[in-house]
Design a protein around this ligand. Sequence first.
Ligand SMILES: Cc1cc2nc3c(=O)[nH]c(=O)nc-3n(C[C@H](O)[C@H](O)[C@H](O)COP(=O)(O)OP(=O)(O)OC[C@H]3O[C@@H](n4cnc5c(N)ncnc54)[C@H](O)[C@@H]3O)c2cc1C
Length: 382
Amino acid sequence: MRGPSEIVTRTEGPLILGGGLAGSMAALELARAGRSVTLLEKSTGPHDKVCGEFLSRESLLYFERHRIDPGALGGMPIDTVRLVTSKFSRESALPFAAWSLTRRTLDEEMLRLAAQSGVQVVRGTCVTALERQRDRWSVSFQNDEAMQADNLFLATGKHNLPGWTRPAGRQSDLVAFKMYYRLTARQHQELGRAVELVLFPGGYAGLQPVENGVVNLCLLIQSNHLKHTGAPWAGVLQHVLRHSPHLEKRLGGAAPLLQKPLAASRIPYGHLETRQEDGLWRIGDQAAVIPSFCGDGMAIALHSGALAAAHFLQGSSAPVYQIRLYHQLRRRMGAATRLSQVLVGFPLAAQLLRLFPYLLPAIALMTRIPNKALAAVERMEG
Ligand SMILES: Cc1cc2nc3c(=O)[nH]c(=O)nc-3n(C[C@H](O)[C@H](O)[C@H](O)COP(=O)(O)OP(=O)(O)OC[C@H]3O[C@@H](n4cnc5c(N)ncnc54)[C@H](O)[C@@H]3O)c2cc1C
């Protein structure tokens, strides 16, 4: 409901809520097609995000379209994946080129490009309410201000806007932590250009180098394990290191670089949006939340942003886009979620992963955005 003192602005073109990768990508694509676009983002400037920061081949394809070069931004090439359990370690060359880059750098670059392309980027604006009023969307934010738009792209990430709840997802019992470290020179060298996936009871961790000689440790643990680990971060780390001599070695003598880890809970992993009747353009994690071990969530954010923009520019509707995205991702999302459940829930199944180097191409194929789906965006624009 509108308050009597509320200042309401009407935007001409589409309004995008959230300036992560999905929101920025949609904004860029729309602006470069000549549309007037407004994007509201709650953060006021560069900030860290809970994310493993692994950029898959699919993400890189979208960067190429917009001439974003992770290397020029200080990112690190990643060419190896190492799977480590308490019993064994297996290593394989990645079947595709990959990079790592902090979200602090990447998200800012995307927003900068969007602004440079003519998007009106409004920072420091936290949306507090969204409602449909007859034929238009009405968005409220702090200071009794509101905005109205005919078309709205919802890109606010994994958590819900007040009043816009989604199903919990098929694996929503994981809690995520992220910490940056500076390893000893020897451990940094041993890590090399690898992303290490480390399994431990109740969860898994990803470790990889990012820019400036720093490494990112991002881990997920089942919430019921937190009851036994005691104090959130210290207890979790103790639990992980007790069960992973490998990580204990890597982090020996390492300096933590954040005062406290970033954390997120109630992540709706496995959620794939099926609702279309309200006409909202849901993109990024608002549309699909793939388990983190796949390292493809950012690619889905970029892909869904671009796909939604392409549909919008063709005069198609949000429901048509939403159904298309659903069919593109359904099988991959199902396979990725089942695999994630196995990784954290069934330690004996980890024995199968001794075959990891042979399984990797099949796992990659089963869990990544299909090539056909990526090509669909190009075709729509062509
Ligand atoms: C533990 C973990 C590890 C991951 N590791 C990887 C990985 O290695 N590789 C990979 O590809 N993916 C990874 N992902 C997934 C990836 O981080 C997400 O899929 C991706 O960030 C989704 O992008 P988005 O734009 O939808 O959301 P976000 O990047 O979360 O952006 C949403 C934006 O909306 C803004 N916002 C939120 N609420 C409001 C509001 N009310 N008003 C205004 N603005 C608002 C936020 O400030 C934010 O900037 C990981 C995720 C997790 C949880």
